[in-house]
Design a protein around this ligand. Structure first.
Ligand SMILES: *Cc1c(COP(=O)(O)O)cnc(C)c1O
Length: 414
């Protein structure tokens, strides 16, 4: 019997927990000799493919030099190089790079930066605006700015109150903008949003013009605009950042998941100069008080530097464009099937709903689909009856055909 307590796993159901022994490209290798296509990039982190040689080499090389060092008051070349490299490809207004180690912590850092900004300017503000159905992580602060539901009901008393604007569903975009405009008049500290795609909320898309308009409203009211690109960053939506498609530059930007190509944990929170300047001075009480033991771990930073090199030297954008084209074609075909609704694609992401008798994450269809896909040699983990595909960019046409054929078959299962 295993002593391991797995995340988001109800052990009492006795569902199988496969043992993974290796991985390469788009494939996972199992202890039983089987091979599985990683159609969700190991929960949205793997971008180029598993064990990309350049990232593996960077990790090995860095492990031979410097493993870990306190980052408060000390520095190292992998972190310096990564910060420089990030500024080269991120919007120029973002001038400061703060390291942490997961998407959730990058969000905590963003929220603390926003409140620190206002506090240090002598006009304290603490209200955060969020979008309905959003997800920003599982720590207490990140949960507070995310959707409330079965996932966090037990912890609700610990979560702080936020202002929520409705999700801009098709035809309802103006309601979102009006609600944001009204909420901004009450001088909140910041608005945090997942640009173009609400991931864990069900792969819900909304158009770039809404993102651009939301950004404009925040700017007009002096409300800090936080873009959580932890999932959407690093090419998932077709561009390096989803914000690019709306020509939006946030005040604070959260990146993680694909930052190291998905190989090792690392996150950054980028900020515009005024956010940094509000914490800058000779007064120690204005310091940005945040750290974790592994802040800017050198090995993780080296992996992220290799990721930046890949974006610079390899045809990553072309691979993404090709994958996006194929995903769109598959989605167009799936949309015609009975039992399928809401078929949609954005960049490398494809999603649809398999019409179930009852919806929601806990509907019985979810586990049945999970088991079905596992039997088909696929790692696909539906969000309730929402089935989505978010493969690594190295995924070939044959693998994608297999994935979408299985989804078509699954639509017949309900
Ligand atoms: C996954 C995710 C997070 C949390 O990242 P972790 O590394 O799992 O803590 C935050 N925001 C978004 C949009 C995410 O998709």
């Amino acid at each position: 019997m295993s002593a391991v307590w797995h995340p988001f796993t109800q052990h009492g159901l006795g569902e199988p927990i496969p043992m993974v022994t290796g991985a390469e490209g788009a494939y996972l290798h199992l202890a039983d000799g089987g091979r599985v296509i990683d159609a969700i990039s190991s929960w949205w982190v793997i971008t180029h493919g598993h064990r990309h040689p350049r990232i593996m080499a960077a990790i090995a090389e860095q492990a031979g030099r410097l493993d870990q060092i306190i980052f408060a008051g000390w520095t190292h070349e992998p972190a310096e190089a990564l910060a420089r490299g990030l500024l080269e490809i991120m919007p120029p207004a973002l001038t400061r790079v703060f390291f942490s180690d997961s998407g959730s912590t990058s969000v905590e850092v963003a929220l603390k930066m926003a409140l620190g900004f206002w506090a240090n300017r002598g006009e304290p503000r603490d209200r955060i605006l969020v979008m309905e159905h959003s997800y920003h992580g599982d720590t207490i602060g990140a949960m507070s700015v995310g959707a409330r539901g079965v996932f966090n009901r037990a912890y609700a008393p610990l979560l702080f109150d936020v202002g929520t604007v409705p999700y801009p569903a098709p035809g309802k975009e103006q309601d979102t903008l009006d609600a944001l405009e009204a909420a901004c008049r009450a001088h909140p500290a910041a608005f945090i949003v997942e640009p173009l795609v609400l991931g864990a909320g069900g792969m819900l898309f909304y158009p770039p013009h809404v993102l651009a308009e939301m950004r404009r409203i925040c700017a007009a009211h002096g409300v800090l605009f936080i873009a959580d690109e932890v999932m959407t960053g690093w090419g998932r939506t077709g561009t390096l950042l989803a914000c690019e498609q709306a020509e939006v530059v946030p005040d604070i930007l959260c990146l993680s998941k694909g930052l190291t190509g998905g190989a090792v944990p690392l996150a950054v929170t980028l900020a515009i100069e005024p956010v940094y300047a509000a914490h800058y001075g000779t007064d120690r009480s204005r310091t940005f008080f945040h750290s974790s033991s592994y802040t800017a771990n050198p090995i993780a930073c080296a992996a992220a530097c290799a990721n930046l090199e890949l974006w610079r030297d390899e045809p990553v954008r072309e691979r993404i464009a090709l994958l996006a084209e194929r995903q769109a074609a598959h989605v167009a075909a799936l949309a015609k099937l009975p039992g399928v609704s809401g078929a949609r694609a954005l960049g490398t992401i494809a999603a649809l709903e398999i019409d179930a008798r009852e919806g929601g994450y806990l509907s019985e269809l979810g586990p049945r689909l999970l088991a079905f896909f596992r039997d088909q040699g696929l790692l696909i983990r539906p969000l309730g009856n929402t089935v989505y595909v978010m493969p690594p960019y190295c995924t070939g046409a044959a693998e994608l055909d297999h994935i979408h054929a299985a989804i078509a078959e699954a639509a017949g299962l309900r």
